[in-house]
Design a protein around this ligand. Sequence first.
Ligand code: S6P
Ligand code: ZN
Length: 170
Amino acid sequence: MRYFKPINSNIDFKKIKLQPEGEVIIRKLSDMVDMYQNQEAIKETLKENPIIYKFYNVKIPEDKGHLQHCISIVYPGKIGGEYYMTKGHFHKIKDTAEIYLTLKGRGKLVMQTPDNECKILEMKEGSISYIPPYWAHRTINIGKEPLIFFGVYRGDAGHNYGIIEKKVWL
Ligand code: S6P
Ligand code: ZN
């Protein structure tokens, strides 16, 4: 049997990046215009099209015995009156949970079930947040510094953004 080899990743807090980088996903305002309400503010801010957040996924096989893990960085800022936030998603395999450990910054973890039950948890340095199976999740930076958190979830969980993109949250 060929075993997947143990690996280390390191967070560089000065450069705010993961090393090795793995897969880096960058989301600018243009990637998520439907997530914000204020059309005037969106139009104005699109001239600069800032990075809202990025995340570094360590390269792990998408198998259920593995654990995907990643570092997310949500930058500080607002579009109109709304804070910078992630798109948010359900996991493709809906009954898979996730854990977030907040490393830096201040945020809110907004969650919602398919039955529209909502729950919001505080995110601050040292918070360990449990996202149970079935809950969609989005993070919002409410502070002045980048919000940095570490996430771990089942290897084959996958992501479903479709419902979130179509639905108005909270
Ligand atoms: C993955 C985990 C995070 C998010 C990241 C970006 O399950 O919840 O790594 O992918 O914070 O958010 P989003 O909604 O764009 O995937
Ligand atoms: Zn997730």
